[in-house]
Design a binder for this molecule. Structure first.
Ligand SMILES: C[S@@+](CC[C@H](N)C(=O)[O-])C[C@H]1O[C@@H](n2cnc3c(N)ncnc32)[C@H](O)[C@@H]1O
Length: 277
């Protein structure tokens, strides 16, 4: 048994390049079922810290999201394990861009296709937020990984979100072609680029890397959506170094669409938005 103050003190020694204090604090709060303010008000209270210390040691190698099997994204709780990418903050920004577009254009009915859904975080957050605004939406989400799809389905059920899911390599198994919006955060890391050991050792490589210097999935998506006659907007999360290549590819497949490349909160070019107007 140790006081909370003692536990917090030794926890701080675990902070390094891979493990932030924020992540440790989350592990601590979750393990002891505490609210943040209680870190101060209960600092002299004693806890059995055996399990916590085991998890803390593991957290040096395994992301806390996988240890706790969840991640909060856009205010919703998503089950995650190492079959799906851990939803990132940047991707919440992608969801917000899609929502802003729908709200700004006053759509009351919208058909959305998400490619590479992973945990389902994009599709499910969109569905929940559109439901809140009474906007009718049909959302189809695809992934090439059966295990990821099972997790996405579980998350849709747990969050009470009505999404259609299909196992598909990009759009190979998709028969509908009447989508208004396509959104994707595909695998986009060039295999030659640096990736931290923590990500490399834990997250699914299928979710991270793409052939053709990171462009392969975007190219396939462009090729498959160019025939979508109702398509009004495409939203991609991208790696900053892909911007000029993507612009060239977009000009070939969707020449009538106007491009916007937007920065994320860390000032990296992270979002490619193509709009028909
Ligand atoms: C970067 S993750 C994104 C996951 C989730 N949408 C998110 O933003 O957190 C990319 C996802 O694309 C899937 N994927 C990879 N190649 C694919 C393909 N050819 N067709 C469909 N999905 C693919 C992976 O299995 C993975 O779930």
């Amino acid at each position: 048994m140790k006081t909370l103050k003692e536990i917090i003190n030794y926890s701080k020694e675990f902070v390094d390049d891979n493990l932030s204090f924020e992540e440790i604090k989350w592990l601590l709060l979750d393990t002891f079922s505490l609210q943040e303010y209680q870190l101060i008000s209960l600092k002299e209270k004693e806890f059995d810290d055996e399990e916590y210390l085991k998890k803390l040691k593991l957290a040096k190698k395994i992301p806390v999201s996988y240890l706790l099997n969840y991640q909060i994204f856009f205010g919703y709780k998503f089950y995650v394990d190492n079959n799906v990418l851990i939803p990132r903050n940047e991707t919440e920004e992608l969801v917000q861009h899609v929502l802003n577009y729908i709200f700004d254009n006053n759509y009351k009915n919208i058909k959305i296709l998400e490619i590479g859904t992973g945990s389902g975080c994009i599709a499910i957050s969109l569905k929940k937020e559109l439901d809140k605004r009474n906007i009718n939406s049909f959302i189809l989400a695809v992934d090439i990984s059966q295990k990821a799809l099972e997790i996405a389905k579980k998350n849709a059920f747990d969050n009470n979100a009505n999404i259609d899911f299909i196992l598909s390599d990009c759009l190979d198994n998709v028969t509908n072609d009447d989508f208004d919006i396509v959104v994707s955060n595909p695998p986009y890391i060039n295999k030659d680029n640096y990736v931290s050991k923590r990500v490399l050792d834990n997250e699914p490589h299928l979710a991270l890397f793409a052939e053709d210097k990171g462009l392969a999935i975007y190219k396939k998506i462009f090729l498959q959506i160019k025939k979508f006659s109702f398509l009004k907007a495409v939203f991609f999360e991208i790696s900053p170094d892909l911007k000029s290549n993507l612009e060239n590819i977009k000009n070939i497949y969707l020449p009538q669409f106007h491009s916007q490349y937007l920065l994320d909160i860390n000032k990296y070019v992270r979002f490619a938005i193509y709009l028909k107007y």
